[in-house]
Ligand binder design. Structure first.
Ligand SMILES: [Zn+2]
Length: 139
């Protein structure tokens, strides 16, 4: 599912990926090939979110944006989400301004969590991490 990030990124909405099938949130997602058209996945997401007023036009815009997002990855890549952007889990020297905060990391906390699972929630689940880096001109 695409990001449903709110003003509380520390809750997980700023660093996890939700599944449009079961609506649970996951730390990691694998890029896979599917026979389902992108629009179909968009409709599934709309349904999962319980939205009722989404137009076909919006679905096809969503599909286009999702294709653009996925074009940066290869089949089999393990992808994580952080504050508006998707990254391969082994990305290094990450520096960017997200939806909420400005980030500067040698490695993704998700990658650290592979060997130290409690690190992720201790780090990105910490409200202070986000507030300390909050963008001044955040909309
Ligand atoms: Zn949240």
């Amino acid at each position: 599912m695409t990001s449903g990030q709110l003003d509380c990124p520390w809750c997980g909405c700023g660093w996890m990926i939700a599944c449009s099938k079961c609506t649970k949130s996951y730390t990691f997602a694998e890029v896979r090939e599917t026979d389902l058209p992108m629009e179909e996945l968009g409709r599934r997401e709309v349904k999962a979110m319980g939205l009722t007023t989404v137009t076909d036009q919006e679905i096809s815009e969503w599909a286009e944006a999702m294709e653009e997002t996925l074009s940066h990855f290869d089949i089999g890549d393990i992808v994580v989400y952080l504050d508006g952007s998707y990254w391969t889990v082994d990305s290094k020297d990450i520096a960017f301004d997200g939806y909420f905060a400005s980030h500067k990391l040698d490695r993704l906390p998700h990658a650290e969590a592979l060997s130290e699972p409690e690190h992720l929630n201790a780090f990105l689940g910490n409200k202070k991490y986000w507030i300390d880096r909050e963008l001044a001109d955040r909309e």
